[in-house]
Design a protein around this ligand. Structure first.
Ligand code: NAP
Length: 244
């Protein structure tokens, strides 16, 4: 059986590493991007090079109608969804006193409502199959909180609640739902942090190095495997010891 994998925000960073990690001959990998067309094309090339079949779409995960169309296309094409990885995310950091309402709304809409929209669109098919793997990318900030990230931390903490409720509702249907909480991973998202901030984080990482997107992708491959069939509702930390 050829699997169908869906990765949101698959065009760059952790999402691209997820697409590459699942790419194998005959596997369908559908991913979306939001604005950077060229990055999406490059991810599709990696998928094709591994013999997998890419499906690349411009979709705003915060928009439930766009998400519904995206999943309709997937189901019309392959008839199944084996793995959904809710990875798309943005940050708009600022201290609470200076945080604009729009920065709160945008971060919650993409990170949290986006995961809800995609999960809702995928689970009917997974329930019919009596099989599915849902993996939500949360963050260390959603567990420990982080000064300057009230919006992002709240959205990522919300994802953990969404994951646990999804796990409880769907375990009897053969569907698992887990979250991965990355620490400091080198991507475009963290590249924009000031050097002093990066140095301060690095000094607190017992492993002595930043994470790579592949460190996260490997855990997702495990959670989507048969070896992880009895793991659900969990948060797996991938942070080099930054949060223990
Ligand atoms: P990234 O390099 O900035 O990539 C973000 C991805 O999300 C891109 O593919 C982007 O598409 C997509 N995206 C953004 N807004 C979207 C929207 N409205 N609809 C659909 N797709 C959208 O980020 P990353 O570092 O790989 O992060 C991936 C996930 O890991 C995020 O959920 C992030 O919060 C989480 N995370 C990251 C770290 C870290 O240290 N990097 C740590 C903890 C958690 P475009 O390219 O078109 O913009």
């Amino acid at each position: 059986m050829k699997r169908t994998i869906v990765v949101t925000g698959g065009s760059r960073g952790i999402g691209r590493a997820l697409c590459k990690a699942f790419a194998a001959p005959g596997v369908h990998i559908f991913f979306n991007f939001h604005s950077l067309e060229q990055a999406g094309k490059e991810t599709a090339e990696y998928i094709s090079a591994a013999g997998a079949i890419p499906g690349r779409f411009r979709v705003n995960v915060a928009d439930s109608e766009e998400v519904a169309d995206f999943f309709k296309t997937i189901i019309d094409t392959t008839g199944r969804i084996d793995v959904l990885i809710n990875n798309a995310g943005i940050s708009r950091d600022n201290l609470l006193a200076r945080m604009k309402e729009s920065d709160w709304d945008d971060v919650v809409a993409v990170n949290l409502k986006g995961a809800f929209n995609c999960t809702k669109a995928a689970i009917r098919t997974m329930m019919k199959q009596k099989y599915g793997r849902i993996i939500n990318i949360t963050s260390i900030s959603g567990v420990s909180g982080n000064a300057g990230q009230a919006n992002y931390s709240a959205a990522k903490a919300g994802i953990i609640g969404l994951t646990k409720s999804t796990a409880r509702e769907l375990a009897s249907r053969g569907i698992t739902a887990n979250a991965i909480a990355p620490g400091f991973i080198e991507t475009d998202m963290t590249a924009e942090l000031p050097k002093a901030t990066k140095d301060a984080i690095m000094a607190q990482i017992p492993a002595g190095r930043p994470g790579a997107p592949e460190d996260v992708a490997g855990v997702a491959v495990f959670l989507a495997s048969e070896a992880a069939a009895y793991i659900t509702g969990q948060v797996i930390h991938v942070n080099g010891g930054l949060y223990i």
